[in-house]
Design a protein around this ligand. Sequence first.
Ligand SMILES: [Zn+2]
Ligand SMILES: [Zn+2]
Length: 155
Amino acid sequence: MEKFILCFDDFKKKKTLEVKNEVFNLDLDSSILKKSDLKVSFKAVKYSDIINIVGTVSGVETFECSRCLVVFDKNTKVDFEFSFAKEDGEFNLFDEIKQTIILDIPMQPLCCAGCKGICQVCGCNKNQKDCSCKEQLNSEFIFEKWSKIIKLNKK
Ligand SMILES: [Zn+2]
Ligand SMILES: [Zn+2]
């Protein structure tokens, strides 16, 4: 990952360094993020004793839905901005971008906002098939809850 290691010597000739659509191999051992196909673009500018890096990482990430377990692709775009000073020596932009991506990974990814998940009773994907199991469970649960409340009121 040489090209993501920046140091002040890189800016001796030119004050600006621009990178466009560089492949970002996010080698992540994650059960949530299954796969990623990301690219990074950034512009690093030297201002006397500081280097400012502004950029974007974007592409496709593959997740497993936390409710229905379906594997789905999601377009991602994350902006970042870093700066480092001369005394810091080398700056590992790869690690910093990696952290930014990790922070952006949802804890409980969802294939869609209203994902109905998997039926706890028959195991079917409720987005694809409508079973009546959950309804029964719900009404039983509500009945139990109300009967407790009614009992409490009677006392
Ligand atoms: Zn889902
Ligand atoms: Zn069911």
